[in-house]
Design a protein around this ligand. Sequence first.
Ligand code: SIN
Length: 387
Amino acid sequence: MQVQFCGLTLNGCVYNASGPRTGSSDALAKVGSSKSCAILTKSATLLPQNGNPLPRTYTSPNFSINSEGLPNKSIDYYIDSETIKESVLDSGKPYFVSISGKSLDDNVEMMKRICKAPGVAGIELNLACPNVIGHPIIAYDMVQLRSALKTVASLSLPLPIGIKLPPYFDFIHYQKAAEIINEYKSTISYIVTMNTVGNTLMISPHSGSPVISPKGGYGGLSGPAVKPIALAQVRKFSELLDPSIDIVGVGGVQSGQDVYDMILCGAKVVQVGTCHWIEGPKCFDRIVEEFEEICRKNGVKELEEIRGKLKEWSKKGAALDRQGRKSEPKTSAKGGAKFQSTLDDSSFLLLSVAVVVMIQVLLVLLAQALGHLDVPAVAQFMDNLKA
Ligand code: SIN
């Protein structure tokens, strides 16, 4: 299904988030040759940098934590014509560049350089990285957010500009951020919500210490566990932002259903980050195919039919939910490991009773058979059994 985004026609609505596996043209080419509808680079800085000390990533089935500290090859690498050519190859997909400068001046300089480079479709300005040591998350500071957007607006850049936001948790913070972004609606084409949940901590039960090394173990949380937070961002911002500003949903997306949910909440397109990191670029093919299958089942032909169409809670909906959940694979409470089971609780009880009865019948049959054998020890045993 085609989507109009930033004045471009995208062949689909799923692409990669800026993050792991996006730092080099080799990695980006793999995204380009998958069913991802666009290509987005790792957040660049003015100069190349190695990022934070290792180990700086941790993964588990339900969540991941990273404090990479923006390792990247520099803006000049990502806008180099060779890099773009090697990344896009013959896919013809739009190539977006993410930037996360150490200062507003750095961001301005990078934006100017990007606009001079042919082949870039748009700029994602990351105002939400939680992992740069000594730098707070820009978009939590409303004064800084307004000043950044004011400066960007003053540049009158010819490319579409998106801003990547951190997750907000209080409605007043959403309102304040949306108010500022709406003031610059003629400059900001889209928001990307959300970056990781900043400064979370995981401790190894084996060592009693944090699982990653930088920043005392604090890092950004991502993966399936953050999906409800991401859905809330997309939903809330779709209520508050001017309709001319598109929303890119990102956070915990790992299936076609996750994409569907993001669109129901109001996302125009959806990015995949942690799942891409863990599963590799083939995740785009799987997720897109799953999403298309769900759309087919639901008779959806255009994304506009479902965009922002989240239904209100109702008793009828709750009953459908209860019924539907009975047929879902069960998830164990311990450690979140998934096990597949096609049995619900009552079927399991019936099966257990049947197995016990069968064992008893077999024991009786065995005892009868043994009773007919002329072995003194067995005869003695059978007598004892009867007694
Ligand atoms: C990182 O490189 O630390 C992750 C990028 C981000 O969270 O913006």
